[in-house]
Design a protein around this ligand. Sequence first.
Ligand SMILES: [Zn+2]
Length: 349
Amino acid sequence: MSRNSSHHLLCRHKARLLLRLPLDPAAPVVPRVRECAERWTDNLLFALRECLPDRRLFCRVFPLLLWLPIVPQLPPEHAELVPVQFKISNEPLFPGDPLRLAISAEKAISRAEASFGGQRVAFYRVAGGREWIGLAGVDLETKAGRYSIQGVLSFEEGPSQPFERHVRIVPKRFPVQRIRVDEKYVTLNPEDSKRSEAESRKLEAIWKTSSGQKLWEGRFLKPVSSELSSGFGRRRIVNNKPRSPHSGVDIKAETGTHIIAANSGRVVLADDLFYSGKTVVLDHGLGLYTFYGHCSRLDVKQGELIKKGAVIAAVGSTGRVTGPHLHWACRIHEARVDPIKLTSSLLAE
Ligand SMILES: [Zn+2]
């Protein structure tokens, strides 16, 4: 290759680089790094392909080309980003855990929005408005790995700012549990099958329509004080057939034992369901729900606002059971979360 033609090629390449837009400093970090790496690879290939035959030219041009993708990454706008602190309150995270993301910034935040694994993260303010808490759930069947929370923060003054925070979900092995129940709950007749499908759709719709207002206060109470008879997440073999994992905890108690509301909330379901029998669902706001199944009687009606600790039902053995107990479960949006995790101080503030 003659020096002249190399010069031509370089001019063409330079023009190509100049035509490229600078990397957007407001874009999330991962795509920016990826784009930078792609440009670096592009330039390296260009240098090898076009300049290698002329060693002197290659030595002069190659170091410059390596810097080209980096330079546009450092515009003055970077200096104007508001420093923000992110903290996951309960790392390491396991399947079935609530996820609490605390955000604070040097400027007053006026709004926070984010998503995690396709789920909306609901935010509320604590510490006199200085800190924002994002709440989401890690579903019981989430595969272990690295996930990201992506969102946007708006400030009382100045432009909004995107953010990305990575979280690692650690694997957890849930024990297998074999139970025996009435066969009608395992091999469903067409009528029961239709009924259970309709009820499942009704519940799915409920998980999507939470109150935008935080209704719970302080840490959650265990609705019945006795011991657990079956833990959260157990892989269930029912009458020798694999079934959905246990999405709540079972609290063993005698029929008629009072069940109290784990926290304040609105009754969004008080009904007799095929699998869970007489059931109450409380909406605590911001996508957080508690579920009380197999009751012998219900003391509340749909739409009622209930105070933490109020009696809402009594323990029974309605629906698919092996004996009297309370099936207590929690949803955060659609994620199935271990309700016992709510009784810690995690969501107390
Ligand atoms: Zn249960």
